[in-house]
Design a protein around this ligand. Structure first.
Ligand SMILES: [Zn+2]
Length: 297
């Protein structure tokens, strides 16, 4: 894979200086929160919030700056200097992001649709999102509520170490999968699946959604093959990553056994199969993971 020197996306925000202090990100968080509590619960609510805040502060769970309204200090002493490797990864994700923008804009246009560009936020540690608090431990994720892909670059160390899938293209695949969720958001698929939450068979729909995102990652790879000079070893890498981060593999690592009912992403074999399907076809249309029976996925 060749990516250096390629154009980078303008829709990537560097939040690494701000996000390390906890969920107060965004500035002015604490005071705004108190005012909201005041509006809803009155003065008693504010007093209760202050007491709870003070207890949390004493326990070391929040820092006082957050409660008083400043949010964690941005920049200054909390700024962690990025290593040269991390900076390289930062440029890498921007190039991959740009590549997804180009491919999906063209694919949507083929169908007379407009691809609304998502954003990406690179953070460190913890971050507040429209989907709740995000943390590095969750790995990269897409939030449909604000249409942002969140990524803590340390995930890539984790990917290399724990799941044995180093390599540039494995890292690109992970982003392409999250962008696949954005495609689903724009096509209305994710909203339909979200509406099923609470149903006993919701987990199956969640798996179908995940496998479709893998398919879209494959579609993207099909169109980026030439730009990024992908070869067979790159594709192998992506398959290894898909293989490594299947739910069955993750479950085995974490608890030593596999419980299919708790699958949310599909098995490693399923993920590889759908990624490959997308890669071979390069077409949005071939990614219907919802019509076929669950067994045949
Ligand atoms: Zn996913």
């Amino acid at each position: 894979m060749e990516w250096k020197g390629r154009q980078e996306s303008d829709n990537v925000e560097d939040d690494r200086g701000r996000s390390s202090g906890g969920f107060g990100g965004g500035g002015g968080g604490g005071l705004g929160l108190l005012m909201t509590i005041g509006r809803v619960f009155g003065i008693k609510g504010i007093l209760a919030a202050v007491v709870v805040g003070a207890v949390l502060w004493k326990m070391g769970i929040v820092d006082p700056g957050m409660l008083l309204g400043g949010g964690p200090s941005s920049g200054g002493s909390q700024q962690v200097q990025a290593s040269p490797e991390e900076q390289e990864r930062y440029h890498f994700v921007k190039v991959v992001m740009k590549e997804t923008e180009d491919v999906w804009t063209a694919e949507f246009a083929k169908h007379g649709k407009k691809y609304v560009l998502p954003s990406m936020k690179v953070y460190r540690g913890q971050i507040r999102t429209a989907c709740g608090g995000g943390s590095a431990a969750m790995g990269p994720f897409y939030c449909p509520g604000d249409q942002v892909v969140y990524i803590d670059l340390s995930f890539y160390d984790e990917l290399a170490r724990t799941f044995h899938s180093p390599g540039d293209f494995a890292q690109a695949y992970v982003i392409a999968h999250e962008i696949g969720h954005h495609v689903q958001k724009l096509l209305g698929v994710s909203d339909k699946v979200a509406a099923m939450q609470g149903r006993p068979d919701y987990n199956e729909y969640s798996v179908r959604l995940e496998l479709q995102a893998d398919y879209y990652a494959g579609v993207w790879a099909n169109h980026s093959k030439q730009d990024l000079k992908l070869d067979n070893s790159d594709i192998e890498e992506a398959m290894t990553a898909a293989n490594a981060i299947g739910d069955d593999m993750i479950q085995k690592k974490m608890q030593g056994r596999v419980t299919p009912k708790a699958f949310t992403h599909g098995t490693a074999a399923q993920r590889m199969r759908w990624f490959k399907k997308g890669l071979d076809s390069g077409r949005i249309e071939g990614g219907d993971t919802f019509s076929m029976s669950y067994r045949d996925l």
